[in-house]
Design a protein around this ligand. Structure first.
Ligand SMILES: *Cc1c(COP(=O)(O)O)cnc(C)c1O
Length: 390
């Protein structure tokens, strides 16, 4: 027994094991000897040294996502954006060129348009639903293409097979941000991707209480470059956040399937309501890319539904005010339904003309459908949309 309260006791361990994953907040890990530490750094013996370089909760979470995407060695980072950044800064150098989809996640677009060029990496955005447009954007120095299969918020489907064929033909790395579709609906490595990125914040963690990202490359040398970049730049994830996300992932398949089933039913319901100009959902026959969606996603359409109300901003305000139980919040993938209004949030920087070109009026909403009882959702949307019309 010691009364030195700075002394850290051995963690009590008995012959039984905890069922839930323990949280390991330790920043440093002590080694038994310089020989042992040497072996750890050489990689000939397993072990942790310093949490920015890796820690058990990040590894447990990464391995879970690795298994879903089908490639080992991925790294968990402190946000989805740090995962995108690690893939870019880990693999690109000044003089390289990157082509991105023209409806990428807002900050990914900003990274491409404003930040990479400051480091001498040039970028072009092009329409990923058209492989010819992507092809036209390629240059001899193009090193990477970044796409999302389902665009935000108009839910267009990228021509992933066409883009993958181009990338392979030209020796260009294909990075896919799989946040919207998740490996439950789409496995980018089966469609020619070299790198897969996630905002774990969204569907994988699923409870709107952690910000985390993940990136994995099929080629171990590329993965090492991405991991080294993430460790050097300090994109480390907190053990507590990793623990929450790993716990959230226990129910990921259940949540995903339920949310998707709700999304199908809700899209069909909204389409019948007066005052709705159009509904976008990938498996609906009136979706502009529904054939391609069927090819790459099979029967799956994910949990996002977009729709447009007649009546512009006034109708939009009335709708949101009439459904206070549905969180009006610019996120997605939570267990509960959230509604976002691109014109005042994700796409506010665009001019009204630009938004109109992309099909996003003041009456346009994107819904991240959650796991509620479908009858509750039908009733809420019917009430909200009726209020918008009044
Ligand atoms: C949210 C999101 C990101 C960024 O993730 P954060 O965890 O918020 O940093 C990147 N890509 C897509 C498609 C997203 O939805």
């Amino acid at each position: 027994m010691t009364d030195d309260i700075t002394r850290r006791p051995a963690f009590p361990q008995g012959s039984s094991r905890p069922v839930a994953t323990p949280i390991s907040p330790s920043v440093v890990f002590s080694s038994e000897s310089p020989d042992a530490l040497d072996a750890q750094y050489d990689g000939t013996s397993p072990g942790y040294t310093y949490a920015r370089e890796g820690h058990p909760n990040a590894d447990v979470l990464a391995q879970k996502i690795d298994a879903l995407e089908g490639v080992p060695g991925g790294i968990v980072t402190g946000s989805g954006m740090s995962a995108v950044t690690a893939a870019m800064l880990g693999l690109l150098k000044a003089g390289d060129h990157v082509v991105g989809g023209d409806q990428l996640y807002g900050r990914s677009m900003r990274l491409m348009n404003q930040d990479l060029p400051r480091f001498g990496i040039t970028t072009t955005l092009a329409d990923p639903t058209d492989a010819a447009a992507i092809k036209a954007a390629l240059r001899p120095e193009t090193r990477m293409i970044l796409v999302e299969l389902v665009s935000n918020p108009t839910l267009r489907i990228a021509d992933i097979e066409g883009i993958a064929a181009l990338a392979q033909d030209r020796g260009i790395l294909l990075a896919v941000d799989n946040t919207f579709t998740t490996p439950r609906a789409f496995k980018p490595f089966d469609h020619g991707a070299d790198i897969v990125i996630h905002s774990v914040t969204k569907l994988l963690a699923g409870h709107a209480d952690v910000t985390l990202g993940y990136v994995v490359a099929r080629d171990p040398a590329l993965q090492q470059a991405i991991t080294d970049c993430a460790v050097t730049m300090g994109f480390t994830a907190s053990p507590f956040d990793c623990w929450l996300a790993e716990r959230g992932m226990m129910s990921f398949n259940l949540r995903y399937d339920r949310a998707e089933e709700n999304a199908v039913a809700l899209a069909d319901h909204i389409a019948t309501l007066p005052g709705v100009v159009r509904v976008l959902y990938p498996t609906r026959p009136d979706h502009p890319d529904h054939n391609r969606a069927a090819q790459v996603l099979g029967a799956r359409g994910a949990n996002m539904v977009s729709f447009e109300l007649d009546g512009g901003r006034a109708a939009a305000n009335a709708f949101v005010r009439a459904v206070p139980d549905l969180a009006f919040a610019p996120t997605l993938g939570d267990i509960a339904t959230t509604i976002s209004h691109p014109a005042t949030s994700s796409h506010r920087a665009l001019s009204p003309e630009n938004r109109a070109e992309l099909g996003m009026s003041e009456g346009f909403f994107r819904v991240s459908v959650g796991c509620e009882d479908i009858e509750t959702l039908r009733a809420e949307f019917a009430r909200g949309i009726a209020a918008a019309r009044a």
